[in-house]
Structures are given as structure tokens and as C-alpha cells.
Ligand binder design. Structure first.
Ligand code: IMP
Ligand code: MG
Length: 181
């Protein structure tokens, strides 16, 4: 850990793996009732570790595809610019789609992604996020499955980064500058 920061563990490796197994069971029971395999769509980069564990907890035929977006916040908090930097490889037309995210915060990123994916004519479109910061929502989005509700603190680990670092931590922790919180 960087000396300027200290960390407080919020979810241990065991907390996460237990919750991921539960989510996998819920998704297995509730998703993918269409004819083809479930199309799991992961949003890079933050979601990749959660995705790897989640799909192994889902007992359904499924495919995996990736999408990457870049976002910048404009001067007004209420507008955001979101751009697709890597699109899906395959069509999701008439597919049962499950979007997998690391964290939904303002909801601006996800609402853009959902509008974009909806235009491609999926049969069903659902969302699973590991972390849900419901108190920070600007754009209303429907989250079908979430692992944990979280507060305001900035979190890293298990895929989540601060300036591209700490994605490889096996647990999730809050990051605070030395001398604060
Ligand atoms: P939203 O558009 O505000 O919902 O932004 C969601 C994205 O912001 C997530 O996919 C993360 O990449 C990033 N993000 C939001 N909160 C955190 C956090 O606490 N730690 C790391 N990344 C975060
Ligand atoms: Mg992300």
C-alpha cells in the first residue's frame, strides 16, 4: 500500500466469495430463460475480477463479451460524456443480457450503457453490480442484482482502482489519505 494512504478493510475475501456465490445462485434461478445462452457483458476494467468469480457461480449456458467506455465529467455534475472505446464483439439482438459492473455510483455510466445496449434489441437486459452506492445516484438506473450497498467512501481492491492501482487486492478497502478518516 502506498505510504500516503491507509486502508480499512470493508469486505474481506470471505465476505466477497460468500456474496458472489449467493448472487450466482440468484442469477441461475432468475436469468436466461430465453432460448440461447445468457450473454454476460462486462464493463472494463473494474468489473473483470468480479466477472471471473461470478460466472463460475452461475450454473447456466453463457457467453462473455467485453465493453470499455471512457467517461469525463463536465462542469455540471448532471451531464457526463461517455464514449465507447471498445465495443462488444458479438450481437446481443434477441439475447438475454446480463451487464456486470464493479460499482454503480452516480449511475451516469450505466444509464448510458443501458440506453446504448437497449437499442440493439436484446430480449432481456439486466444488471448485476457488486457494489451499489445508492445514495449517490444522479441518473436513475434499475439494478437487478447487487452484492453490497456501500457509502460515500472511495473503495479499492477486487478490481476497483485508484489511479489504476490496487485492483489486485483480494479484499475491498476504503482509501483515506494519512491524517484523515
Ligand atoms: P458512475 O457513472 O458515477 O456510476 O461511475 C461508476 C464508475 O466509477 C465505476 O464503474 C468505477 O469505475 C468508478 N467508481 C465509482 N466509485 C468508485 C470507488 O469507490 N472506487 C473505484 N472506482 C469507483
Ligand atoms: Mg467501472
Amino acid at each position: 500500500m502506498h505510504p500516503e494512504f491507509h486502508k480499512r478493510v470493508i469486505f474481506t475475501e470471505e465476505d466477497i466469495s460468500r456474496r458472489v456465490r449467493e448472487l450466482g445462485a440468484e442469477i441461475t434461478a432468475g436469468c436466461g430463460h430465453g432460448s440461447g445462452p445468457l450473454a454476460v457483458v462486462s464493463i472494463l476494467k473494474g468489473g473483470f475480477i468480479f466477472l471471473a468469480d461470478l460466472i463460475r457461480a452461475i450454473d447456466l449456458d453463457l457467453t462473455v463479451d467485453f465493453m470499455a467506455i471512457s467517461s469525463y465529467r463536465e462542469s455540471s455534475l448532471h451531464s457526463s460524456g461517455v464514449r465507447i472505446v471498445k465495443d462488444l464483439s458479438d450481437s446481443i439482438f434477441d439475447r438475454d443480457v446480463l451487464v456486470v459492473e464493479d460499482i454503480v455510483d452516480t449511475g451516469l455510466t450505466l444509464s448510458y450503457i443501458l440506453r446504448n445496449l437497449q437499442e440493439r434489441g436484446p430480449r432481456d437486459l439486466r444488471v448485476c453490480t457488486l457494489l451499489d452506492r445508492t445514495g449517490s445516484r444522479i441518473a436513475p438506473v434499475r439494478v437487478d442484482y447487487h452484492g453490497f450497498e456501500v457509502g460515500e467512501e472511495f473503495l479499492v481492491g477486487y478490481g476497483l482502482d485508484y489511479m489504476q492501482k490496487w485492483r489486485n487486492l483480494r479484499f475491498i478497502c476504503a482509501l483515506a489519505e494519512k491524517g484523515q478518516g
